[in-house]
Design a protein around this ligand. Structure first.
Ligand SMILES: [Zn+2]
Length: 109
């Protein structure tokens, strides 16, 4: 393991990206976004839209070049999300490794 690099990205940076409700287009009150799970470089954030009452979950991954976000619409409220969603026991490096292997046809599914 080399020296640990701190790129000092915060999951709150993603609030600049996810600033509107994907369903009704209302601007979020980003103060209400809450982190509910965190593992290694991945973080899960829950949002609730005050306008349409929609619930949204975003998975934020800290990559070397910045943050990568996967957003999903959910019917889980914050407590449900916290209880039901857990991050997989693999690290981001492993995910990237699998991805490269698949692209290089090293893995036959
Ligand atoms: Zn909405």
């Amino acid at each position: 393991m080399g020296p640990k690099k701190d790129h000092s990205h915060s999951w709150k940076d993603v609030l600049n990206v996810i600033s509107r409700c994907p369903v009704c287009g209302s601007v979020y009150n980003t103060q209400k976004a809450r982190l509910f799970a965190q593992k290694e470089k991945a973080q899960m954030i829950h949002f609730a839209c005050e306008n349409c009452q929609g619930n949204f979950i975003a998975m934020v991954m800290s990559m070397n070049h910045g943050l990568s976000t996967i957003g999903l619409v959910s019917d889980l409220d914050f407590e449900d999300a916290k209880n039901k969603i857990t991050l997989p026991e693999i690290t981001l490096d492993e995910v990237i490794g699998y991805h490269n292997d698949i692209q290089n046809n090293k893995i036959i599914i």
